[in-house]
Design a protein around this ligand. Structure first.
Ligand SMILES: NC(=O)CC[C@H](N)C(=O)O
Length: 245
């Protein structure tokens, strides 16, 4: 939490929600509590119902299991439509990690699930199409010292942790540009998704991309909240949340 406001400017209070229906939400809350963003008080809130969501300026959708998160949201009165509306609104800052990235893809833009209805997402990153579990199962989890030029101390690698991670299948043309903020080197990238799926031909240029931004929306296919490094949270709050106030 930051108390130091800049001279003559009152500090703003930011309520940042972390969707707490399933998955790794508590770690994100601890990270937000550690963030020091000049001139802003940050309150981290575990979000479990539409009223809590409505009180937030911004939202983090954690990693976990995208189908389970949708299922729990669907059983909570009013929650699924409230989340879909919040996430799809370009003025609302939202950060999705791993399962959260899957849920921020286009509604018809998810492949790789075992069942037919595994593939529906909530939108937010217009044009994003993802493939679930392309990096393999739990046993294929790995860490990589990722180069992310937009972070503070850009020369210090970010220890990115990939757990049953999704990959970018392709990026459809949309009015809002999607920035590619970080990619894995070729020897860490799995074979692209199959060409004969309902999502069509994958774009092999986008398979290595693991961090993307579109306006106030950010997604990473890895778990930043497990690495002990708050720089990605800091980046999102400074560039997507504070800039939106
Ligand atoms: N670590 C994760 O969030 C894994 C995501 C999971 N494979 C899914 O499809 O939802």
């Amino acid at each position: 939490m930051t108390v130091g406001a800049t001279t003559g400017v009152l500090p703003s209070r930011l309520v940042i929600g972390v969707l707490a229906l399933q998955g790794a939400f508590i770690e994100h809350i601890h990270y937000l509590e550690r963030l020091d963003v000049k001139g802003h008080y940050i309150t981290a809130l575990a979000v479990r119902n539409p009223e809590e969501l409505e009180s937030c300026h911004a939202l983090i959708i954690p990693g976990g299991e995208s189908t389970a998160i949708t299922r729990v949201a669907d059983r909570t009165p009013g929650m699924l439509p409230a989340l879909q509306a919040f996430v799809a609104d370009p003025s609302r800052p939202v950060y999705g990690t791993c399962a959260g990235m899957i849920l921020m893809a286009d509604a018809d833009g998810v492949g790789g699930g075992k069942r037919k209805n595994d593939g529906s997402a909530w939108g937010g990153m217009t044009g994003l199409r993802v493939w679930r579990n392309l990096y393999g199962g739990q046993l294929e989890s790995f860490e990589f010292p990722l180069h992310i030029p937009s972070l503070s101390e850009p020369h210090r690698p970010f220890n990115a942790i990939f757990i049953r991670a999704p990959a970018v299948h392709s990026l459809k043309q949309s009015n809002a540009e999607i920035e590619r903020l970080a990619s894995l080197p070729p020897d860490c990238v799995p074979a692209p998704p199959p060409a004969d799926s309902p999502l069509g031909e994958p774009d092999i240029e986008t398979t290595p991309v693991v961090m993307l931004r579109q306006g106030r929306k950010l997604v990473t296919s890895f778990h930043p909240e497990l690495s002990g490094d708050t720089r990605i949270h800091e980046y999102w709050v400074k560039h997507c949340v504070v800039a939106a106030q």
